[in-house]
Design a protein. Structure first.
Length: 211
């Protein structure tokens, strides 16, 4: 048997011009400052500390960290007292359920706004089904890949989808019929709960793949 080796700790995550640094103590922060200073001198690029956000992964207040970061002009601090979650690449980094709920409420507002705009176009039921799948619901697939949501959140999406599709339609069609494939009488609407499971299963399959 091969001995189990603990993976190396992750210190940096980067995507395009967004970088996420994991610091465990003050020495990590001073080393980061030194590395960024060298990078700035070598590349002639300047790090904007005023736009940097810090988050306590435990959610604790950690006043010592706040004082240290403020001395470096990093004033945006997030912990359990913050009203909203930090966003990284569109995903919420929340310390509490209320922060996550505030983020998800914002997503629902975007969906309602988009659906209200498209309702003014006088689309057919087929046109609305295409719009809901491709233009409106696409706003949440990215988030649902990773972010856990409640059953109530999916129910609110379900109500929004039904309202959009059944606008000025009578008699209304049941939601369970709307999500059926077109060849058996449905509209092929993507159900958010099933779609989230499929997206997350895709991530899991990659993690457990031998390749």
């Amino acid at each position: 048997m091969l001995p189990l080796v603990a993976p190396a700790p992750i210190k940096v995550l980067g995507y395009a011009d967004d970088a996420l640094f994991f610091l465990s103590d003050f020495n990590d922060f001073h080393r980061l400052q030194a590395s960024l200073s060298i990078y700035s001198r070598a590349s002639n690029a300047k790090v904007n500390y005023l736009k940097t956000e810090a988050i306590s992964l435990s959610g604790a207040r950690q006043q010592e960290w706040q004082d240290l970061l403020q001395s470096a002009d990093i004033n945006a601090w997030h912990d359990y007292r913050s009203l909203s979650a930090v966003r990284y690449l569109g995903y919420p980094l929340a310390s509490t359920s209320s922060q996550l709920n505030a983020f998800l409420d914002g997503l629902l507002v975007k969906l309602r706004t988009a659906s209200d705009i498209h309702l003014q176009r006088g689309l057919s039921i087929q046109g609305r089904s295409t719009v809901i799948n491709t233009l409106i619901m696409s706003k949440i697939w990215h988030v649902l890949r990773i972010t856990p949501v409640s059953k109530q959140f999916h129910q609110r999406i379900r109500s929004l989808v039904t309202r959009f599709l059944m606008y000025k339609m009578f008699p209304p069609v049941k939601y369970n019929t709307l999500i059926l494939p077109k060849f058996i009488g449905g509209l092929g609407i993507l159900d958010s709960r099933l779609q989230q499971k499929a997206l997350q299963l895709r991530w899991l399959s990659s993690l457990f793949s031998n390749s």
